[in-house]
Design a protein around this ligand. Structure first.
Ligand SMILES: CC(C)(COP(=O)(O)OP(=O)(O)OC[C@H]1O[C@@H](n2cnc3c(N)ncnc32)[C@H](O)[C@@H]1OP(=O)(O)O)[C@@H](O)C(=O)NCCC(=O)NCCS
Length: 170
């Protein structure tokens, strides 16, 4: 597919359900669904968080398609990337990169230098994405996620200083 140029925009409340469904299916599968529409709505309303959506043109005189989203929350000394996902059909087109760059820029403008996130250890594609974006796996969290069947799943905590290097060319 030819890379469409995504349009990024702040999420509105009516997008909360769509975002929550993508999180359930593509981020939280097997973990239990924590980021439901009410939790996403709370993020959209939170003055210390940013929820950004990516839309791509379809070229058929129809409305642009929802292609992905990211949520960043500002803490006192760093920003935390809570969620980031791209709709499967639109992957490997640079959309997550655009979302992340946009969120990182907003953190820099807010005077924040460090972004942190947790990612499932089994999520090898996402770990590759973040490493490519300059994030370091600085902590292994063996029992970070609790699964609905009472087991646990490991995560990596990753971070990046925004004043250091940008995306490496692949
Ligand atoms: C991880 C994810 C967000 C990447 O989105 P994307 O839009 O496909 O990523 P991009 O096209 O911006 O990729 C940028 C670079 O990251 C790396 N990358 C992205 N996906 C990758 C994959 N599946 N395997 C290896 N490297 C990957 C590549 O270096 C890529 O550059 P290239 O395509 O020129 O080689 C997407 O796969 C996704 O939504 N996964 C499910 C949800 C998820 O795991 N979210 C992250 C945890 S919250």
């Amino acid at each position: 597919m030819e890379a469409p140029t995504p349009t990024l925009k702040l999420a509105s409340l009516k997008e909360a359900k769509t975002i929550a469904s993508l999180s359930r299916d593509e981020i939280e599968a097997g973990l239990g669904w924590r980021w439901r529409a009410d939790a996403i709505t709370a993020m959209i309303r939170d003055p210390d968080a940013i929820v950004v959506c990516a839309y791509v043109p379809t070229g058929n005189n129809t409305a642009d398609q929802f292609a992905g989203f990211g949520i960043m929350q500002y803490e006192l000394d760093h920003a935390h990337l809570n969620l980031l996902a791209v709709v499967p059909n639109y992957r490997r087109l640079g959309i997550a990169r655009e979302l992340l760059l946009w969120l990182e820029k907003s953190a820099l403008v807010a005077g924040i230098d460090t972004v942190a996130l947790e990612v499932r250890a089994v999520n090898v594609p996402a770990r590759s994405f973040y490493r490519n974006a300059g994030y370091l796996e600085n902590e292994y969290l063996r029992h970070y996620y609790r699964t609905p069947d009472g087991k646990s799943e490991a995560a990596y905590r990753m971070h990046r200083s925004l004043r250091e290097r940008r995306f490496r060319p692949s």
